[in-house]
Design a protein around this ligand. Structure first.
Ligand code: ZN
Length: 224
């Protein structure tokens, strides 16, 4: 039996956000420093993949990693919560569809992903397993002066592992939502994961994580 709480979207003030827990659309290779660290090519258009809503869990509860499948890496990302349907949206419409921003961990079974990539196979087994996306509470978009100037960071056992700012994205948030909506309709309650900066690496049992978004969100959690 799953002992973790059923996932619902929550606001920074601990209230429940009345939007369903939808799909996650994730963007790969959206920060130049991370593309370099994994020796990947810079994409000519956003690289997209998805996680199902069964990947969602709370970031502030202990994180369970899959067992016996090699390294599971942290990828801390800015998570965008969608509040209205976006289909073939232009960038202005896309911006209007944002409820707010939070943080997500795009947990990745890196050894498995590398094997799948080498064979040209899809990544779902490495990225879309149950609880593969712990997310934080969300802050309403009104609380951000500029969503393209947001700091975020991850400390593991008091050591800085990842540090990013949304100004360093190759594709900005509104452009990503517009681009995604040309192919996949975004529904209220869906989340877009906007890519990770450098500093990905293996998580191990007992790790203590501290995630921050500007000075507004601060989440401490641990790996089971
Ligand atoms: Zn990612």
């Amino acid at each position: 039996m799953n002992t973790q709480s059923a996932y619902v979207h929550r606001s920074f003030d601990a209230s429940i956000i009345p939007l369903p827990a939808g799909k996650l659309v994730c963007v790969g290779r959206n920060y130049a420093d991370h593309i370099k660290e994994l020796n990947n090519a810079t994409p000519s258009e956003p690289l997209l993949f998805m996680k199902p809503n069964t990947s969602l869990c709370r970031m502030d509860e202990p994180i369970a990693l899959p067992k016996g499948q090699g390294e599971c890496h942290n990828e801390l990302e800015v998570a965008v919560l969608i509040k209205q349907t976006l289909s073939k949206a232009d960038v202005n419409t896309a911006h209007q569809g944002i409820w707010g921003l939070g943080l997500g961990l795009d947990l990745t079974l890196r050894d498995l992903q590398n094997q799948l990539k080498a064979k040209g196979l899809p990544w779902e087994r490495a990225k879309s397993f149950d609880n593969a996306c712990p997310v934080s509470a969300f802050l309403p978009i009104e609380q951000f002066a500029n969503i393209q100037s947001v700091d975020f960071s991850l400390q593991i056992n008091s050591q800085l592992r990842q540090k990013g700012n949304t100004s360093l994205m190759l594709y900005d948030i509104d452009s990503l939502l517009s681009e995604i909506s040309q192919t996949f309709t975004l529904l209220p309650g869906d989340i877009v994961m906007t890519g990770t900066p450098k500093g990905v690496g293996p998580l191990v049992s007992g790790d203590k994580l501290h995630c921050r978004l500007n000075d507004a969100l601060s989440i401490t959690t641990s790996v089971m």
